[in-house]
Write a protein that binds this ligand. Sequence first.
Ligand code: ATP
Length: 455
Amino acid sequence: ETVTMEKIVSFCKRRGFIFQSSEIYGGIRSAYDYGPLGVEMKRNVKDEWWRTMVHTRDDVVGVDAAIIMHPRVWEASGHVGTFNDMLVESRTSGRRYRADHLIEAATGRDDIEGLSAEEMTEIIQTDERVKDPLDGGRDFAPVRPFNLMFETYTGPVKSPENIAYLRPETAQGIFTNFKNVLDTSRVKVPFGIAQQGKSFRNEITPGNFIFRTREFEQMEMEFFVEPGTDEGWHEYWLEERWRWYTDLGLNPDNLRRYEHPKEKLSHYSKRTVDIEYDFPFSGWSELEGIANRTDYDLKRHAEFSGQKLEYRDQQANRSYVPYVIEPAVGVDRITLAFLVDAYREEEVEGETRTVLKLHPRLAPVKAAVFPLTKKEPVSTVAKKLYDDLKGDYRIAYDDGGSIGRRYRRQDEAGTPFCVTVDFDTLEDKQVTIRDRDTMQQERIPIEAVRDRLKA
Ligand code: ATP
């Protein structure tokens, strides 16, 4: 049975992974809150990215830049002029749609993104299959570009010279700090600067739960290389990023590469390859874009700021503007992919067991400790084990209901191990450890639990 969106959304709500934002007020479209289990999982996704991309490498450092930057940044980056989606309004229902999505859904074509407003208008007017999904109408206003940046004002005066933007990507906070990082750390090309944080896009049609929202979190890394070596490094990062997903247990059958056609590349890109995931409800969709941004951004910021943004190669005694390879990914989007990929409904002894087979590193809770009874001294021993472990791992303590019910709760949370303290423990100092996936139980010494979790 395929996993439907409704199933995932209601599961996420029921188990405290993800809630609709402002739900008590009827909710707000396209905004979600992470609950007690969801926040742990999302942190784990971010920590795993940071561990792999920064801590385990010698050639990547991190930054954490402000969301509201100097407005000139977005002129230099090209966002003020060109960060547009194509918007089309139905004259029959008054609804607004993303023109490329509307055409692609109606015609099955996948070559629409990147066409001009005029070209899209032409297709909508001539292709009878394109209809307003709401009422079947075929009367559309001409397609027009719509800028996705959220505007706000800095300071008390709402005047044009005080306009500021919420960042639509984290990358620019990296480029604007390029010189700072060069001057203050000992990095040498090739090297990378990584960042995680919120980005904002006023999407025309957000949707598919946390796949596309107006406020979301990104993880981006700009890897600066010598021009001429960029194509090799691009291939290197494609492989590294693919491996990251599969190492964390994502089924490779649900992953593929999508090569952007040359004529549709973003203004800054020489080559872009997406890693796509086959979502059961929406089909192949982008998880991550890995782009060769060339020297576009550094050169534009040098031009707009008047600063020299170059790298000095001491050995070769020359200066140049590095090329940049950028793996860019949305935290919420890949959290959804990891959730969907791990979700199972299995028949066990005539009953359905719902289980999240998450990689232990991503699991919100690493182990649950169960006293067989609430009574002392069994509960005292269990509590002590819990207290000993909880500083190092996220551990649950559950003494409510039958052991079977407690297993079921932890299976749904994706908890890899359950450890039960019983009456025998008082004699033999052993506990029963149960594996989420195999459901096998094993007696091990209570002192061995920590090492088992670490392994
Ligand atoms: P799309 O084509 O889906 O709009 P994009 O190509 O514009 O995405 P990028 O600018 O490459 O996206 O952003 C890098 C990553 O940020 C994407 O691969 C995605 O994971 C994430 N992302 C972008 N927009 C959103 C959004 N509105 N909601 C959630 N995640 C997003």
